[in-house]
Every structure is written in structure tokens, then in C-alpha cells.
Design a protein around this ligand. Structure first.
Ligand SMILES: *[C@@H]1O[C@H](CO)[C@@H](O)[C@H](O)[C@H]1NC(C)=O
Ligand SMILES: *[C@@H]1O[C@H](CO)[C@@H](O)[C@H](O)[C@H]1NC(C)=O
Ligand SMILES: *[C@@H]1O[C@H](CO)[C@@H](O)[C@H](O)[C@H]1NC(C)=O
Ligand SMILES: *[C@@H]1O[C@H](CO)[C@@H](O)[C@H](O)[C@H]1NC(C)=O
Length: 421
């Protein structure tokens, strides 16, 4: 699960960089795609795009053999999840047939497969939308001691203007840091933003506010190679102007766009060196309705996790707008009319040989949500019982079953999900 998430995370991030940085040595893309910069991801692991582009070899993708999960990241509020950016797929169905599908052709199969947990076909090629990459990014972290101020600013940053366009930021995520033990360490291991002195200031802030958790908005403002430093400074200052982070607690880095895209790899390398990568990762990924996120904060970040013995790994939280999801696809989002929901990714690493304890803690978090009536959806969930899957898919269950009967009636595909087998 973790591997898929990271693969697709790289995929969505990199898909924005391809036209400029490309993935060389590939085969030209056929000219029929509706968007100017399509790229094909083939099961060979090669990305095929503009033959003239120059390409860092590290942009090769691994195999996409089973499924495309929704794939959400800090760009999702603008572009939707990865599955909203797929133009066409080649799929081998449970009948053993290879079918090309898109919104225009075999659209039911296309919608079924996207977020379909591998139940309807094996994806052998995905044509995804890409766009020219900016040259550089101003990458900021803004610290908050107050959850309400943090989430109000996040929601403001991801909100569309009346004409549907967005503000100057390109990427918006956020993180939670538990106060007390390990706060300084957690801050210093998050992307090179906080020096020892900065981390000490944040620790002092948390103490002064009697805060049991502090929050950080992470955002990027992309800019072209020919932008002057003063124009970038001015654009960032203007974009920060009406936000309510703690005065003096904004931190920034200036990086190439590729460095930004590759940020997770650096963290992986650091964890690998520290011997903290090849451990179990009992992650919990949830979509939480915006109206209940403050309750989630109180119950989980200020509640359950305060008594945890060891928290290793980032706790990520940011809002997105459901209008960027296509309801016809298999992926599920929280039910109801509410537009905003939060992506909450608790990316625990079992560094203290405590995977069972972390899994029990995850169950406590879900039980808290259930008892509080927080209508969350688990993302990349695994359930053992049919009843849990029925509840997970909710209003989409009947159609999910119909599509299974249509595309994989013998139930050959992805039996390990324990949905039909
Ligand atoms: C894709 O998977 C096949 C079969 O496991 C393997 O031989 C091949 O090397 C993989 N390709 C990449 C790019 O990972
Ligand atoms: C690639 O470069 C060649 C030579 O400069 C040019 O003729 C061709 O149109 C380019 N192809 C694309 C897809 O830009
Ligand atoms: C969600 O997106 C829709 C469509 O762009 C927009 O009309 C609506 O205002 C957005 N909702 C929020 C709360 O930003
Ligand atoms: C500090 O926070 C704790 C736990 O949230 C609370 O019990 C205590 O009353 C607070 N103290 C002050 C001075 O606000």
C-alpha cells in the first residue's frame, strides 16, 4: 500500500513537470489527445511523451499493473486527484480482453477502473494530462498554534474564486506536530525548513500557548526562470498578506521545481540511512468532512495521539473540494452535500517494533470517528468483511457490484482486497 501511494504521489507530482523535463528515450505519443501535453504511462514502467524533451532518468515510473488509486496531494485542490487527470486507459478485463477506454469510449469501464481497487481490470497504459513545468518554487511553511486559524487559512487558500480560478499558490498541504516529546525532532525532520533555533522557537511558542499540537501550512508559489527575486518576494509577501499564522513564524525555501517534486525521495533516503525506512508503515488515510475537522482535531491530535508512546512519521492534513472528483468513478468521498473535505494522512512508521500498538491506535481513531458520527471515508482502506466494504462504498456499492459482474464475473482480479472473495 505504501509503495503504491508513493509511486502515485510521484506520478501526480511529476505529471506536471513532463512537458518541460520530459522522460526521454521514449516513444512519441499519438497526436489524438485532447490536451496539449499528454504523457503515456505504460506497464513497461516507461513514460512516453514528447520525443524532443530531455529527461532525467529518475523520472521513470515503476509498473502500473493493477489499479490507479485516487491519488491525492497538495495540487488536488486545483487539478483534482490523479484519477481526474487520466485521459485514456488500456485495460485487460477479467474476460481477458484488452479494452481501450476513456470518457468518450467504453466510459463505464473507464469510470469503474479509476479508483476501482483493481477489481475490473489490469491497467497496462494510462494517458495522463500534463502541463509545462515552472522553473522554480518558493516553498513556505507557516506555523499556527491555533487549529481554527490554521484550518480557516487552509480553506481560504484552496477556495476557488467566483470564476473558478485559484490564487497564486500551486500546492497547499499542512502538517500537525504534537507538542511535548519529540516536537523539535519532528520539526527538524520536515524538509529542511526549521533550523535548531527555529525549532526551539516553535517549541517555546507551543509552551507559551499551552498548545498540545502546532500546525503548519505548506504551500508553494511557482515561478518562471526569468522572474526577478524582488518580484517573487513581492508576490509571496502579497500572497501571505491576509493569512493569520503566528507573527514571525513563516519559513521559506527557494528550490528548483524538480527539487520540490523530489522532496519525498530525500526524506526516504534520510529514513533509509537512519534505518527507519524498512519498517512496517501502518498508515491511516482518511477523508474527513470539513464540518467535522475541528472535532477530529480535538479527538485525535489533541486527544488519542497525546497518549501515544512514539509518533514517527508525518501527520498530514489539508482540505480539498469534492467538485474535483468525478462521482461516476469508483473512488469514494464522504457522502452528503458538503463540498470541502480534509485529506488526513497519518503516515506512521513502526520504528519501535510497535506495529501492533499502532494498528490498535488506528482502530481507536476509527472508533472515535464512528462514535462521534464523523462521516469519514478511509482512503486505501483494507477491510476483511463484506459488511465493511458495503459501508465503505455506501451509495456506490450496488454499481460497484454490477460492474464486477460485467467486467470480472469470475472474480479473478485483485482477490486480495477481500471485497468479493
Ligand atoms: C515491471 O514488472 C516486471 C515483472 O515483474 C519486471 O520484470 C520489470 O522490470 C518491471 N519494470 C519496471 C520498470 O519496474
Ligand atoms: C522535435 O524536434 C524536431 C527538430 O528540431 C522538430 O522538427 C520536431 O517538430 C520536434 N517535435 C516535437 C513534437 O516538438
Ligand atoms: C467547490 O468548488 C465549486 C466548483 O468550483 C465551487 O463553486 C465552490 O465554491 C467550492 N466550494 C468551496 C467551499 O470552496
Ligand atoms: C493548559 O492545557 C491543559 C490541557 O489542555 C489544561 O488542563 C490547563 O488548564 C491549561 N493551562 C492553562 C494555563 O491554560
Amino acid at each position: 500500500m505504501a509503495a503504491i501511494y508513493l509511486l502515485i504521489a510521484a506520478l501526480i507530482a511529476s505529471s506536471h513537470a513532463l512537458a518541460a523535463h520530459g522522460a526521454g528515450g521514449g516513444v512519441p505519443v499519438a497526436a489524438a489527445a485532447p490536451l496539449p501535453f499528454p504523457g503515456d504511462l505504460a506497464a513497461s514502467g516507461k513514460l512516453r511523451t514528447d520525443p524532443n524533451a530531455t529527461v532525467p532518468a529518475s523520472m521513470d515510473f515503476g509498473n502500473i499493473t493493477a489499479a490507479l488509486p485516487a491519488a491525492v496531494l497538495g495540487q488536488t485542490y486545483r487539478h483534482g486527484p490523479q484519477i481526474s487527470n487520466v485521459l485514456e486507459l488500456d485495460v485487460i478485463t477479467g474476460h481477458g480482453e484488452t479494452v481501450t477506454c476513456s470518457k468518450a469510449v467504453n466510459s463505464d469501464l473507464f469510470d469503474a477502473v479509476l479508483g476501482g481497487l483493481g477489481q475490473f481490470g489490469v491497467i497496462t497504459r494510462a494517458r495522463v494530462a500534463v502541463e509545462p513545468a515552472p522553473a522554480r518554487a518558493r516553498w513556505v511553511r507557516l506555523v499556527y498554534a491555533d487549529f481554527a486559524a490554521f484550518s480557516a487559512d487552509q480553506e481560504r487558500l484552496v477556495a476557488a474564486r467566483p470564476d473558478g480560478s485559484h490564487g497564486p499558490w500551486s500546492y497547499v498541504e499542512g502538517a500537525v506536530y504534537l507538542a511535548g516529546r519529540g516536537l523539535a525532532v519532528a520539526l527538524k525532520s520536515s524538509g529542511g525548513f526549521f533550523s535548531d533555533a527555529d525549532a526551539a522557537r516553535v517549541v517555546a511558542l507551543a509552551a507559551a500557548r499551552n498548545a498540545t499540537a502546532v500546525y503548519s501550512i505548506e504551500a508553494t508559489l511557482n515561478y518562471a526562470a526569468n522572474a526577478t527575486p524582488s518580484s517573487v518576494d513581492a508576490a509571496v509577501a502579497a500572497a501571505l498578506g491576509d493569512l493569520h499564522f503566528e507573527a514571525g513564524f513563516s519559513f521559506s525555501r527557494d528550490v528548483t521545481y524538480e527539487e520540490f517534486l523530489d522532496r519525498v525521495y530525500g526524506e526516504e533516503e534520510a529514513l533509509e540511512k537512519a534505518g527507519l525506512w524498512r519498517v512496517p508503515h501502518p498508515w491511516l488515510n482518511l477523508f474527513v468532512p470539513g464540518s467535522r475537522i475541528a472535532d477530529f482535531d480535538r479527538g485525535v491530535f489533541k486527544g488519542i495521539l497525546q497518549t501515544a508512546t512514539d509518533i514517527a512519521g508525518p501527520l498530514i492534513i489539508y482540505p480539498v473540494n469534492k467538485s474535483k472528483w468525478d462521482a461516476a468513478m469508483s473512488a469514494v468521498t464522504p457522502e452528503g452535500e458538503e463540498e470541502v473535505f480534509y485529506v488526513v494522512s497519518l503516515l506512521f512508521s513502526a520504528v519501535a517494533n510497535d506495529v501492533a500498538a499502532l494498528e490498535a491506535q488506528n482502530r481507536r481513531i476509527l472508533r472515535f470517528c464512528d462514535l462521534a458520527g464523523i462521516g469519514y471515508k478511509a482512503y486505501l482502506a483494507h477491510y476483511d468483511s463484506r459488511g465493511d466494504w458495503v459501508r465503505h462504498f455506501g451509495a456506490k456499492w450496488d454499481r460497484f457490484v454490477q460492474r464486477k459482474d460485467k467486467y470480472d464475473p469470475k472474480k479473478l482480479l485483485s482477490p486480495g482486497q477481500d471485497i468479493f472473495n
